[in-house]
Design a binder for this molecule. Structure first.
Ligand code: PLP
Ligand code: COI
Length: 365
């Protein structure tokens, strides 16, 4: 049985790739996750053969039996990462081994076979190399990579699947928020929680996002861009947004972010910003913060800034917070100075404009 260590990729190039002018038109206004490159990676797993059949091929629809496990019991995990265009014409990934490790942890939580981390990183590297023409060069744009894995066995018994499909697709992206959103408005979810102790909050699995959608729809009806979720037990501790972690900036210059207690996703952007903040000499606390305290501090001026962060959202200022019992503005409702400084520090490294002291970039070419 193959543990995947010796696997190499069969490459079958797309015989009808987009033409240079089609690609150029698409890249002018990519939005987020709407357009896709010419190729994809697939690797299969079966109980008797282990990992096998690693392929790079033309991106195409997947053929799934209607009884496929993922369609019924949501045995699915994914990752989100980006390839960045560098000033010398090269390209790099940002901390891909951190995504590989998190994918491993998510697989274990969903009772799936962990893909060897080397194979995860190689898959992403190979896809970016073959689709390198799709890496956007516009300011702030990048190639978003979406590795994912599904239970692909046909079976309706509730147990872990015996077969799996790992796949990587790529999508050129600009800002996650429409129009680049200078500051977003959050909806405090009081009717719905996203994750509970012992659940899957710390895993990157599709089910967590499905569970967040009613809250998002409720927030959008109230004119908000994103939802901030509270803890499931006391319903007062701020956890994270549907697809982003959260930071608070205080009048003494310190930063605070909720701790990793098992119910929130351990974001790689979160981890990087903690390090960058500390490198700047700022105090960064990983401590619980309640919604009542947030409102009181925003109103007293003790809380100066707040921002959301993640691969897709990068660093997005939070301007306003609304809910059934809440309605407050952060600072003057616009991006704050510390938020912008941290965003610049992070993106300058990602786009190769500043020295990469932590060796976070993985150069592809
Ligand atoms: N929290 C959730 C629920 C997410 O979906 C994401 C995005 O991946 C994050 C946090 C931020 O994680 P990262 O910085 O690794 O992209
Ligand atoms: C990411 O930032 O990569 C995510 O998966 C979040 C999602 C909302 C796009």
């Amino acid at each position: 049985m193959s543990n995947g260590d010796a696997l190499t990729f069969d490459i079958e190039k797309n015989s009808k790739p987009a033409t240079a002018s089609e690609r150029e038109t698409l890249l002018q206004n990519p939005g987020f996750g709407r357009i896709f490159t010419d190729h994809m990676v697939t690797i299969r797993y079966s109980q008797d053969r282990g990992w096998h059949g690693a392929k790079i091929e033309a991106r195409k629809a997947l053929a799934l039996d209607p009884a496929t496990v993922v369609l019924h019991y949501a045995q699915e995990i994914f990752e989100g990462m980006k390839a960045y265009h560098l000033p010398d014409g090269g390209a790099a990934l940002f901390r891909p081994s951190a995504n590989a490790q998190r994918f491993h942890n998510s697989a274990e939580r969903l009772a799936m076979p962990p893909l060897p981390e080397r194979l995860f990183v190689e898959s992403v590297r190979e896809l970016v190399k073959i689709d390198r023409e799709w890496i956007p060069t516009a300011e702030g744009a990048s190639l978003y990579l979406r590795p994912f894995m599904i239970g692909s066995e046909s079976a309706l018994g509730t147990r872990p699947a015996t077969d799996y499909l790992f796949c990587v697709i790529a999508s050129p992206v600009a800002s996650y928020f429409k129009g680049g959103a200078s500051a977003v408005t959050l909806w405090v979810s009081e009717n719905y929680t996203r994750a509970a102790p012992g659940g899957t909050g710390a895993a990157k699995c599709g089910g967590n996002y499905a569970a967040s959608l009613s809250a998002l729809a409720e927030g959008q009806r109230e004119g908000c861009d994103q939802v901030v979720f509270l803890d499931a037990v006391e319903k007062r501790w701020i956890e994270e947004l549907g697809g982003m972690n959260i930071f608070f900036v205080f009048d003494d210059g310190s930063l605070q972010t909720p701790p990793l207690t098992g119910t929130i996703l351990p974001g790689i952007t979160r981890d990087s910003l903690i390090k960058l903040g500390r490198d700047m000499g700022l105090t960064v606390r990983e401590e619980p913060y309640s919604i009542e305290q947030w409102q009181a501090d925003a109103q007293s001026g003790r809380l100066r800034e707040a921002f959301a962060c993640g691969t897709a959202a990068v660093v997005t200022p939070i301007g306003k917070v609304k809910g059934r019992k809440h309605n407050f503005t952060i600072g003057d409702g616009n991006a704050g100075a510390t938020t912008l400084r941290l965003k610049a520090a992070l993106t300058d490294i990602q786009f190769g404009r500043a020295p990469d002291k932590n060796e976070w970039l993985d150069r592809l070419f």
